[in-house]
Design a binder for this molecule. Structure first.
Ligand code: LLP
Length: 429
């Protein structure tokens, strides 16, 4: 079972020390439950590992696409984290939460003009420029507004990581970033340096998500530092910041064996130090941008079992009161999850079933999982749903999105309330 979850003396599943079934009883189902202490611990693990393994300055930023609502920015800010935002909407939420605009890193391969205007007007700390179109658009916008922009460049180191094709973005065939291998990256540096309005601070890469191995991070770190040295040699300009993105894998099921935060950070940090030392290049400010590894294992979703339908010799469908509207990851990536009964998480898994969602198509949450005998009314907890569940939820079939209930120090509170029917029609004219 997931490392942050325990069982109480009465055998029920606990999250943050409280029984999941009590929380479901109080707030209804489906409900996302997020253990704030687990998030704080994961942030702390990044900070500690960076301090231990990187002799230069280092900082972590939370990739807020993984879990985005006002309160979460307060949690990570308290942990000393910066934040990656991938739209003006995420930036707006972060600023509303009270984050320092200096601490925001604005990403995206196709930021709109209004995104860029928003970033400039709100003095966002770093705009990570993705491509030549954006370089010239931003330069022209700065000129029109009489502003300068602090930028980094998103580079593509062409590292192919073993992960799902849809989240593998660091190979050469990617919509993101200036490829180093084609010469685009160096050309982008020269273009940025030629502009009086663009202040180039550093470079960024993100090679993919849910990566278990260390090699892709080692390759990326090595290629990026080598590129920084090349920029110095060929242009005389010292890039001072290196952001290696996120991508550290987590444990969804028994088959996943993540290396752990300490080990993942050590690999990246040591490779930067080793490469910089070999090349006699000054240690840059090292940034990491974890999303999933901060929040995934801190969250569960509790559902109520509804219909159970057995097709003899074929399959048994156990349907729950949520589905692809609150967790689209099976539909998108064929993602695998584990689930347990809230009141008896260690009950023998006697039966292979498919957990179906309520949405009006072949909506699946977990395909072919061994679970105990389930009956209508049982509370089923899907584990490791803290990342890319709430943030990717939709109102498909006009199903209101579940609330996000936080657990902290043995107390619960609502960070995002359950949607109402009025919310569903709020924008309808
Ligand atoms: N930095 C950048 C620029 C990113 O694009 C991402 C994730 C991260 C950091 C954080 O990566 P993480 O540590 O969370 O792996 N929706 C997909 C995941 C998409 C990840 C997109 N970028 C999923 O549900 O698996």
């Amino acid at each position: 079972m997931n490392q942050t979850l325990k069982t109480g003396s009465d055998g029920r599943l606990l999250i943050g020390g409280l029984a999941a079934s009590d929380i479901a009883g109080q707030y209804g189902t489906p409900v996302y439950i997020v253990d704030e202490d687990a998030i704080t611990a994961a942030c702390g693990a990044f900070t500690t590992a960076l301090a231990k393994h990187y002799p230069g300055n280092a900082r972590a930023a939370f990739a807020s696409k993984a879990l985005c609502f006002t309160y979460i920015y307060r949690v990570v800010q308290k942990c000393g984290f910066a934040a990656d935002v991938a739209s003006s909407g995420e930036a707006y939420t972060a600023l509303r939460a009270g984050m320092n605009p200096e601490d925001l890193i604005f990403h995206g391969n196709n930021k709109t003009l209004s995104d860029l205007e928003y970033a400039l007007e709100n003095k966002i700390g770093r705009i990570v420029v993705d491509n030549f179109t954006e370089l010239s658009t931003l330069d022209a916008l700065c000129e029109r507004l009489g502003k300068t922009a602090n930028i980094a460049l998103r580079l593509n180191p062409a590292v192919n990581a073993q992960t799902h094709e849809f989240v593998r973005v660091g190979g050469i065939d990617s919509k993101f970033g200036f490829a180093i291998g084609t010469g685009d990256a160096l050309a982008a540096v020269r273009t940025a340096l030629a502009s009086k309005r663009l202040k180039l601070g550093g470079i960024h890469c993100h090679i993919g998500s849910q990566i278990m191995d260390s090699e892709p991070f080692e390759f990326a770190a090595q290629i990026m530092v080598t590129f920084m040295k090349r920029v110095l040699d060929e242009t005389g300009y010292l890039l001072k910041e290196l952001n290696l993105g996120g991508g550290f894998g987590v444990r969804y099921t028994d088959k996943d064996a993540p290396r752990g935060i300490e080990d993942a950070v050590r690999t990246a940090a040591e490779t930067v130090v080793k490469t910089a030392t070999e090349l006699d290049f000054p240690l840059p400010l090292l940034m990491l941008e974890p999303g999933r590894s901060i929040v995934a294992e801190a969250g569960i979703t509790v559902y109520t079992v509804g219909s159970v339908k057995e097709i003899p010799g074929v399959r048994t469908y156990v349907a729950v009161d949520g589905g692809m509207g609150d967790n689209p990851r099976y539909a998108l990536y064929g993602a695998k999850y584990d689930a347990v009964l809230a009141d008896n998480p260690h009950a023998p898994r006697t039966r292979a079933v498919t957990v179906a969602g309520r949405n009006c198509e072949a909506d699946t949450l977990i395909k072919d999982i061994a679970l105990p005998e389930l009956k209508p009314g049982d509370l089923l907890c899907v584990l490791t749903t803290g990342a890319f569940n709430y943030s990717m939820a939709s109102n498909y079939n006009r199903v209101p999105r579940p609330p996000v209930v936080m657990v902290k120090g043995g107390e619960t509170f609502v960070a995002v309330r359950r949607e109402t029917f009025e919310d569903l029609t709020r924008c309808d004219l």
